[in-house]
Design a protein around this ligand. Structure first.
Ligand code: 13P
Ligand code: SF4
Length: 301
């Protein structure tokens, strides 16, 4: 089948199944083009909560599809490749979360949305990179436990009066961005501004003109007067930025592929709609507690 035939068949199946395709900004270009909604983790969870489709096909990684299922338990949520996980989300378990809480009694737990449903169920409120500062500052507590991303936690701590106690997780993709690479790129492109994600290390954030979630990057790229932008995040982001801003030049930082984000292909997306595979299920007791944390976040944002 040609790409055009695949796209046509996907459109027919979407109609038949009353399905909607949600995709994260890091997905491959061909998948981004087929999405009904393309966005960051916050935007995707808001869409998942609001859609009246019967089926959500989620092109992203597992915790994102799981979050969609938490918010729309009566809907069928499918992942074209259920093996697409997030290494950072796997850096803390529910048992470790319970221990962390026991060591710091009374402090609320803010779980980055990049966590499993089991970990969310042990937490008080969720956040994404778009609202982490807002969520933490909304809490009636002086000390907050932040899991699992230590770099995002560090960024939040710098924008909050609260004491943040961070778990030691990190995103391997963003952690690969080195100050030497950014300094070299800045030298090569002296007129470019540098945009990065709060999952990157502090030394990288300190070099940035703007630090934002992927949704914030879309807004920044649209509004800035700069004509050249170095994009310090997963490289899939650049496809959308280039498409929406044809008059601007975007530079990809090398070695910024998240292999999990690349597992979803248009062929797998088609198979997903044809065979209704692979449904995401969450244990009901876990889901009930995890859902509360996501809903609390949405109420703040
Ligand atoms: P956002 O799109 O929410 O900024 O998240 C980035 C990310 O790493 C998702 O895995
Ligand atoms: Fe996880 Fe990082 Fe990949 Fe996002 S980019 S899915 S945080 S490993």
């Amino acid at each position: 089948m040609s790409q055009a035939e695949i796209a046509q068949r996907i459109a027919e199946l979407k109609e038949e199944r009353n399905a909607v395709i949600l995709a994260h900004n890091y997905q491959i270009a061909e998948v981004q083009e087929l999405a009904d909604f393309l966005g960051d983790s916050l935007g995707l969870s808001q869409q998942a909560a609001a859609t009246d489709a019967d089926v959500i096909v989620f092109c992203g990684v597992h915790f994102m599809a799981q979050t969609a299922k938490l918010l729309s338990p009566q809907k069928t949520v499918l992942m074209p490749d259920p093996g697409a996980g997030c290494p950072m989300a796997d850096m803390i378990t529910a048992e470790q979360t319970r221990q962390f809480k026991a060591e710091h009694e009374g402090a609320p737990v803010v779980a980055y949305v990049n966590t499993t449903a089991e970990v969310k169920a042990e937490s008080d409120i969720c956040c994404t990179s778009a609202n982490a500062v807002e969520v933490v500052n909304s809490l009636d507590a002086d000390t907050v436990l932040f899991i699992p991303d230590m770099h995002l936690a560090d960024w939040v701590a710098r924008h909050s009066d609260k004491e943040i106690i961070a778990w030691g997780g990190y995103c391997p993709t963003h952690a690969r961005i080195s100050p030497e690479t950014i300094a070299y790129m800045r030298e090569q492109h002296p007129d470019a501004v540098f945009l990065t994600h709060p999952e990157a290390r502090r030394e990288i954030l300190d070099m940035a003109d703007e630090v934002a979630s992927t949704g914030g990057m879309v807004k920044f790229a649209r509004e800035t007067d700069a004509k050249e932008i170095i994009v310090g995040t997963e490289e899939g982001m650049v496809h959308r930025l280039r498409r929406e801003n044809p008059d601007k030049i975007f530079y990809i930082v090398p070695h910024t592929v998240c292999p999990n984000m690349k597992r979803t292909t248009v062929e797998k997306l088609l198979a997903s709609l044809e065979k209704m595979q692979y449904p995401i299920e969450v244990d009901e007791e876990v889901a009930e507690r995890a859902r509360l944390t996501v809903e609390r976040m949405l109420a703040v944002s």
